[in-house]
Design a protein around this ligand. Structure first.
Ligand code: AMP
Length: 284
């Protein structure tokens, strides 16, 4: 496993993989890795026979009041896990110098950045689209692996790849969960015991909605009501930010499930200073 910190070393390491006739799979992360991240590394190894992983807490996707400073970090542990998972190249850039001096470009995916997390995190997805663009240019992979966990992010990156002709295939991988259903997240370690006990209710609510949809309930207002009932129990530790049902392609709200295409139920809630998200396809 090669660990590189500069763009030049990164390009050289990727070129070396290519000289060995390999396709290049790429997994962007912000580190503090868990099984969810490692499942992406394994998918990349399986499909491309390589995995180039970036570990970079991207400052421009955090708002001024968000948790950039306190975001959990442990690069030594990350490297150990990546070595075990079979990563070929790890790009661990220093924060300073990642963006060139005088950097002023931003990539915005206009409509997809607006709903869901975009409402409470203005500018967040511009930061994501911009960093993914920079990383795709530096790595030049054949495929990029992202998690369904951040569904809005994955759909938005897919749109950007198509719109801007990035020659790369997006693979969206399933959400890896704890035994009690909580979606794995680097931020879970910051939950208090009481918050941690309530956090699985997010998935429980989504599952209840999916069951109702499977049972024939098509009205999204009714399905949402069913989810909200479960989510009442997150209080007082948790505070709901949103529960939405939208098109899996455009994220636009749907009145009814069915002919309009596949639907996704998505939820976000705050537990103290920790914000958690989750989502689930409703049928189809
Ligand atoms: P992050 O480090 O949080 O920016 O996540 C890096 C990548 O890992 C993103 O594509 C996430 O969607 C993905 N990811 C995070 N958590 C999970 C999970 N529990 N299951 C699957 N993928 C995940």
């Amino acid at each position: 496993m090669k660990v590189v910190t500069t763009e030049r070393q990164l390009r050289e390491a990727v070129a070396a993989l290519r000289r060995r006739g390999r396709k290049v799979g790429f997994v962007p992360t912000m580190g503090y890795l868990h099984e969810g991240h490692l499942s992406l590394v394994r998918a990349s190894r399986r499909e491309c026979r390589t995995a180039v992983v970036s570990v970079f807490v991207n400052p421009i996707q955090f708002g001024p009041k968000e948790d950039l400073k306190s975001y959990p970090r442990d690069p030594a542990r990350d490297l150990k896990l990546l070595r075990r998972a079979g990563a070929d190249v790890v790009y661990l850039p220093r924060e300073k110098g990642f963006y060139p001096d005088g950097f002023q470009t931003s990539v915005r995916v206009r409509d997809l950045q607006r709903p869901w997390c975009g409402r409470t995190r203005p500018g967040h997805f511009d930061g994501v689209a911009t960093v993914v663009s920079v990383l795709l240019h530096r790595v030049g992979p054949d495929a990029i692996y992202m998690g369904q966990k951040d569904y809005q992010q994955a759909v938005l990156v897919g749109r950007m790849i198509e719109d801007l002709s990035f020659p790369v295939r997006l693979r969206i991988c399933p959400i890896v969960r704890e035994k009690d259903g909580l979606a794995m997240s680097s931020r879970n370690v910051r939950l208090s015991a009481r918050e941690r006990a309530k956090a699985p209710l997010l998935y429980a609510a989504l599952k209840r909605m999916r069951e109702a949809a499977a049972g024939g309930q098509r009205r999204t207002a009714r399905l949402r009501g069913i989810g909200l009932e479960v989510l009442e129990a997150i209080r007082p530790e948790g505070r709901l930010e949103y529960l939405e049902i939208g098109s899996a392609v455009t994220l636009e709200p749907m009145v009814e499930l069915g002919p309009g295409g596949r639907a996704v139920a998505a939820v976000a809630a705050r537990f103290g200073r920790t914000r958690l998200i989750d989502n689930l396809f409703l049928g189809g």
